[in-house]
Design a protein around this ligand. Structure first.
Ligand SMILES: Nc1ncnc2c1ncn2[C@@H]1O[C@H](COP(=O)(O)OP(=O)(O)O)[C@@H](O)[C@H]1O
Ligand SMILES: [Mg+2]
Length: 313
């Protein structure tokens, strides 16, 4: 398990993210012990700092308002209804689906919608077993782990693979039951490629109706990817020179032209940025005098070397 410290904009506040393997729990801690409201505003700031995603930001604002008003209605002896928040996420890899799910969990816990707000990310192999009865047990165990938070199933349509006889169906049935029984303290998110997801839901109309929220994660445009790279650097207290930024643009245009599937993929940018930081370190280690400015600056050559250093083709 890799533990990453990610400083947020407010100084003194740290979010500890445990980059999880599938099926492992992701948890967070707030070292300052701020009160609820402050915590929520920090989480919302983190959501808002994500590039693009306007629809999702609006949705969270909406849900927050709705919850506040429902509470107020209750206080005024008016009927109040719980919100069903199971969701479908559609988009290519690297478009921010897991990132958003993780933030939503934390935000919903601060809003009082989930008791813990952790994210349990799983795939078919974590749910489907090898013999009759095994799958239901495995799926129930996973649900138990996710209780109080979000159960995020990546490439969910793989559960429908193999048709009627496949144990995937048993997993789906168990999930559907849990969505009903535990809906007060469990949110289920099914994620995957847009087309596959839509085909899967078309062939399971009963399932579709249980997910009131559908969100699309479009591919990032080149300028958005550059901006994502910049925010990643800022968080780490680095910055690009203008030359470095144009080099990134050139690389991205070239990749698109060649039809390499890196477009829309923020993971590509993250890898490039992290590698460039190491290239900068090597460059600076050879310098006699290194200023504060030098320590912060990623130059064009760092990007070039990072890109040439294979792994992207
Ligand atoms: N809008 C965004 N702004 C900043 N970073 C992003 C954004 N979208 C994705 N990322 C980063 O890109 C990487 C891949 O995102 P991820 O959520 O794992 O994508 P997915 O689950 O869709 O494959 C992560 O490191 C994430 O932090
Ligand atoms: Mg993901």
């Amino acid at each position: 398990m890799i533990v990453k410290k990610i400083p947020t904009m407010q100084s003194g506040y740290r979010v500890t993210q445990y980059q999880s393997a599938p099926g492992k729990e992701v948890s967070y801690e707030n070292k300052n012990g701020n009160d609820r409201e402050e915590d929520l505003s920090l989480i919302l700031a983190e959501l808002n700092s994500l590039v693009g995603m306007e629809r999702i930001k609006d949705l969270v604002t909406e849900i927050n308002a709705y919850i506040t008003i429902q509470r107020e209605r209750k206080r005024n002896s008016l009927a109040s209804e719980p919100q069903v928040l199971h969701m479908i996420f559609k988009g290519n890899p690297g478009t921010g689906k897991t990132t958003v799910a993780r933030i939503l969990g934390r935000a919903f816990s601060k809003m009082g919608l989930l008791s813990k707000g952790h994210l349990v990310e799983v795939e078919r192999a974590d749910l489907v077993g090898e013999y009759i009865g095994h799958t239901a047990q495995k799926t129930r165990d996973t649900i138990k782990k996710a209780l109080g938070g979000i159960l995020f199933i990546d490439e969910a349509y793989s559960l429908a693979r193999g048709g009627e006889k496949d144990f995937g169906k048993e997993a789906i049935d168990t999930l559907v039951k849990a969505m009903e029984d535990k809906k007060d303290d469990l949110i289920l998110i099914l994620a995957g490629y847009k087309e596959e997801m839509e085909r899967f839901l078309r062939s399971n109309p009963g399932l579709r109706s249980r997910f009131p929220i559908h969100l699309e994660f479009p591919d990032y445009k080149i300028e958005e990817l550059v901006e994502i790279g910049e925010t990643m650097l800022e968080k780490r207290e680095y910055k690009f020179t203008t030359g470095a930024k144009s080099k990134i643009r050139e690389i991205l245009y070239e990749q698109v032209k060649q039809g390499d599937l890196v477009m829309g993929n923020a993971r590509f940018i993250r890898n490039l940025v992290e590698k460039a930081i190491r290239k900068q370190a090597v460059r600076l280690a050879h310098e006699k005098v290194v200023t504060r400015e030098n320590l912060m600056t990623i130059e064009r050559q760092d990007i070039s070397l990072a890109f040439e250093d294979n792994g992207y083709g």
